[in-house]
Ligand binder design. Structure first.
Ligand SMILES: [Zn+2]
Length: 309
């Protein structure tokens, strides 16, 4: 990085310092992003990637360069330098840096709970929550930058969750699986191979008992692993029993989420799906939801046509 004698963001003319607007924007951006929780390294990397000029033709940003900007009090304005950022932002950023007081504003247990349960439907990454520049509005996003068509702040998220949970409280039977035929036995490729091997061995003219026995035992043990006892029925019954003790929610009940919600899946269209402890998923109700009934109508019609035919 070239040696820069004048503080980034300023130019000097007749012994006075003046703001360079484009550079001042970068300074503000650095503070904003750092306060929102980004690391100095990732801020530096992005500036480098975007080829933001630091000095003359140099556009390599290091963590140290970002650090020096965050620590430089001149940016809040003084007798020499006009202000580029507010004193408050300077103090917030530096409190976060030194770990005093407001280091990364630790999560409440409620927020921590949601962070633990919420995932991106696109890439499966856990969702993160960031604060905006002024710290007044939160934003839930996928850290892999999967697109989200609507803004998800705490309020929107809570409202969506209340609505979804109220649907379940209203009608706990939504937690039942429609088909109980779920695959309880799913052989692995290894097991299929072993079965073929057993067939092949037993079809030989002079089958060798011991090797066959060993493969059969192996396969039996594998088969046992491929069978799962269906736990969902018992879990579903318990969930429904528990939900029956609830009235419709007015505010979000985090202990309810803790107990019955396995994961919250956020889709790119801004809709949520809740996966409950019995692995049953329930989506946000949309206009099309009621048209699901039409499948029954279809059945009705086909039944009718069978009768008529
Ligand atoms: Zn994602």
């Amino acid at each position: 990085m070239g040696l820069r004698t004048i503080l980034y963001g300023y130019r000097k003319e007749h012994l006075s310092f003046y703001i360079i607007p484009e550079e001042a924007d970068i300074v503000r951006q650095i503070f904003r992003e750092y306060i929102s929780g980004r690391t100095m390294k990732s801020i530096a990397d992005e500036l480098t990637a975007k080829k933001i000029v630091y000095y003359k033709d140099k556009c390599t940003w290091t963590k140290n360069a970002v650090c020096r900007i965050l620590e430089n009090k001149h940016y809040t304005g003084d007798y020499e330098y006009p202000a580029i950022i507010s004193r408050k932002d300077y103090e917030t950023a530096n409190a976060m840096k030194s770990g005093k007081g407001g280091k990364r504003e630790s999560d409440t247990s409620e927020i921590a709970l949601l962070k633990r349960k919420m995932f991106c439907s696109e890439c499966g990454h856990r969702y993160t929550r960031r604060k905006n520049y002024s710290g007044t509005r939160e934003r839930w996003t996928c850290p892999n930058q999967c697109k989200l068509s609507s803004f998800l702040d705490d309020n929107t998220l809570y409202e969506k969750l209340i609505k979804l949970l109220n649907r379940i409280i209203d009608d706990p039977n939504l937690l039942h699986y429609n088909d109980t035929t779920g695959e309880l036995y799913e052989p692995t490729l290894e097991l299929i191979r072993q079965d073929r091997e057993i067939d092949r061995m037993t079809e030989q003219k002079n089958p060798k008992f011991l090797p066959i026995k060993s493969v059969i035992y192996d396969a039996a043990s594998n088969r046992f692993d491929c069978c799962r006892i269906d736990p969902s029925k018992a879990v579903t019954d318990r969930l429904i029993e528990y939900l029956n003790t609830f009235e419709k929610l007015g505010t979000l009940d985090f202990s309810l989420i803790e107990r019955i919600v396995k994961t919250i899946i956020a889709h790119t269209d801004g809709k949520l799906t809740i996966k409950f402890m019995n692995d049953k998923t329930v989506d946000e109700e949309d206009k099309n939801a009621s048209s699901n009934d039409s499948s029954e109508d279809c059945n009705e019609n086909s039944r009718q046509s069978i009768i008529n035919g």
